[in-house]
Design a protein around this ligand. Structure first.
Ligand code: GLY
Length: 193
């Protein structure tokens, strides 16, 4: 966004741009991953992002109160070629509004995209919801669409402009790390269904 007029480049155009910016082209497929893929090809077991999850969402607030966020994922193991998850979609996997707050998602990206999840969490904070309540309310939209008991996970984390943090997940449990005032702590929360 700083080096072009655009918000997002994809596919071959993104590759060409990255090379022009001197990013090195490498093959990230390891022997171990190739082996795992070959095994999966034989078995063809259905997988979800929860089975193979590795989304990293990071929210930050500096000492002046400015908010920032990042979100990265390899998505869904053995997905269809061309699948786009929520992580790169502004408003889905991540949303930052420096006036209100920021939010980020992990879990089944398709369901986060369908509810514009992170944007929704920030908008709910704008309406006055506490960060955890905003995360829960956004998840409840997904839960309702799945008759009250989805068989997949989504978790949100959020920071409000005043520094209050929140998080919620649909089911099972979810862990997030909080680094504040020189203390790093792992927090575990339980699902809301
Ligand atoms: N949340 C990560 C993905 O679905 O790609």
């Amino acid at each position: 966004m700083e080096d072009t007029k655009h918000v997002m480049l994809v596919g071959e155009g993104a590759r060409q741009f990255a090379v022009s910016q001197r990013f090195e082209e490498t093959d990230l497929l390891t022997d171990e991953s190739r082996k795992a893929w070959k095994k999966w090809k034989k078995e063809q077991n259905e997988m979800t992002p929860h089975d193979t999850h590795d989304t990293i969402s990071v929210l930050a607030q500096d000492s002046n109160g400015n908010l920032a966020g990042a979100c990265t994922t390899s998505g869904w193991a053995y997905k269809m070629h061309g699948r786009v998850g929520d992580s790169p979609i502004i408003g889905a996997g991540l949303y930052v509004d420096n006036e209100i707050g920021c939010a980020a998602a992990t879990g089944l990206g398709e369901e986060v995209i369908k509810t514009t999840g992170s944007f929704l969490v920030v908008e709910l904070m704008r309406q006055g919801y506490d960060p955890t309540a905003a995360c829960e309310k956004a998840l409840n939209r997904v839960i309702k669409r799945h008759n009250g008991n989805p068989d997949f996970q989504i978790a949100y984390i959020a920071i409000r402009k005043d520094g209050k943090i929140g998080s919620a997940c649909i089911k099972w449990s979810f862990e997030y790390a909080l680094a504040r005032d020189g203390v790093n702590k792992l927090h575990k929360i339980k699902g809301i269904v």
